[in-house]
Design a protein around this ligand. Sequence first.
Ligand code: SAM
Length: 260
Amino acid sequence: MESRTSASITSGKFEQREQKRRSLFSHTWKEFIPKVFEDVPQYYRSGNIVASLGLWELWVWQFINTIELRPGYQALDVCAGTNDVGIRLLQKQPDISVTAIDRSKEMQAEGQRRAAKYHVKIKSIVQDVHTLPFPDNSFDVITLQAASRHLQLDKVLPEILRVLKPGGHFYHCDMLKPSTPMVEWFYLRFLRMSVAWTALLFRSTEASRNCGEYFKDAIQHFYTPDELSEVFRLVGFAKVTCRTSIWGGMVGFHDSQKAG
Ligand SMILES: C[S@@+](CC[C@H](N)C(=O)[O-])C[C@H]1O[C@@H](n2cnc3c(N)ncnc32)[C@H](O)[C@@H]1O
């Protein structure tokens, strides 16, 4: 894994990029993405493993390894889906409390079923994450995995910063725009195909079968690891560091803090 620190985006560029993402994807985020996540909860994890040629588990394991937990911590998992992150946090440190927030009741229902299967308790809140229903300075740790491509970062990141305690950590992990055009070219084509074959294999609904093009476009208009570090700094996070995965910077693991 490689450490990155260099800056590459300004506040003007961030504003423009967010406007562009909103103009391209706001309809998809509102109408199409909820349909995709209605359909996938039961096979979400196995679907990810197939689509990533087995690398999903390595990615999640690497992410959880970056997270420092102490007994008594309050943790929030944003866009928690089927609670894959929350369950692993509790397995790593059972003496913490985990709250999950996601707008898909179907993903969270599966998440509660999985939490029961693993004998852990996770508080579930079903709502959109662009406004977080918590007081300022509530959480020691906030996680966000595999979802920021579907979000308006200029809205959700200030909310995450607001509800994080001073000194608390925000851990982010997602597929990012590769820094190298050649890697990006192969990656985007692979992504479109892998989403299509996974949807076929798991006999998904039309919404999931048709989301390959959006997944490709969402990455194309997203941030490189360095740009995302700079976005976090612009929003007000401190001590931002990023590691990229072994496969060409396509997955980034960011650790940021709220100044305390
Ligand atoms: C690819 S899944 C990731 C789930 C989980 N973080 C994981 O890594 O397994 C993306 C999740 O983001 C949620 N999501 C997308 N947009 C959202 C929004 N605006 N508000 C709340 N949840 C959202 C979806 O419902 C879905 O469960």
